[in-house]
Design a protein around this ligand. Structure first.
Ligand SMILES: [Cu+2]
Length: 164
């Protein structure tokens, strides 16, 4: 069956419009968070002890681990995090200095286009400082991750045994 020429052109025009409208949605970063968990942590003794909480294993802290996947065609960066279970939430990186693991705050963590970054024990992590309540195995709490381009993402974080 033959279509009149005008219908063919109309079909082509619709095709072009669909492609033109769909294209922008496919561009940019597309962040996905997988396998998120936090290690257990105990509430600090008092407000004054929170300086002590800056190291792993100290009272009043916990750390969150996950895999950040970017399925988009542009990089993005994790630039901050927040949770109402802690006074402060920072992005940290653990580095070996000889035999000693030391961690330091990092302002941003780039998530490359079509790439992934793993936040894991003895590496990058989201540090919870000054816990307002105990985080026990089996608990869950809410964490908000803030990305440079993708904006905020709120996640439910289960507390799991550190040995995982
Ligand atoms: Cu840390």
């Amino acid at each position: 069956m033959m279509f009149p020429r005008s219908i063919k052109w109309f079909g082509l025009l619709i095709g072009i419009l669909v492609v033109a409208c769909a294209a922008p949605a496919a561009q940019g970063p597309k962040i996905q968070i997988q396998d998120i968990w936090a290690r257990p942590g105990m509430m600090g003794m008092s407000h004054g002890d929170q300086q002590m909480g800056h190291e792993h294993g100290m009272e009043g802290t916990s750390a969150v681990y996950f895999i950040a996947i970017n399925n988009g065609d542009q990089p993005d960066a994790l630039v901050g995090a927040a949770s109402d279970v802690a006074e402060m939430v920072e992005l940290h990186e653990t580095k070996m200095e000889g035999d000693v693991a030391k961690m330091q705050p990092v302002p941003r963590v780039e998530i490359p286009a079509r790439g992934k970054v793993e936040f894991r024990p003895r590496g990058l992590h989201v540090m919870l400082i000054g816990l307002k309540r105990d985080l026990k195995v089996g608990d869950t709490f809410t964490l908000t991750l803030r990305f440079e381009k993708s904006g905020e993402m709120t996640l439910s974080v289960p507390v799991k045994e550190m040995s995982q």
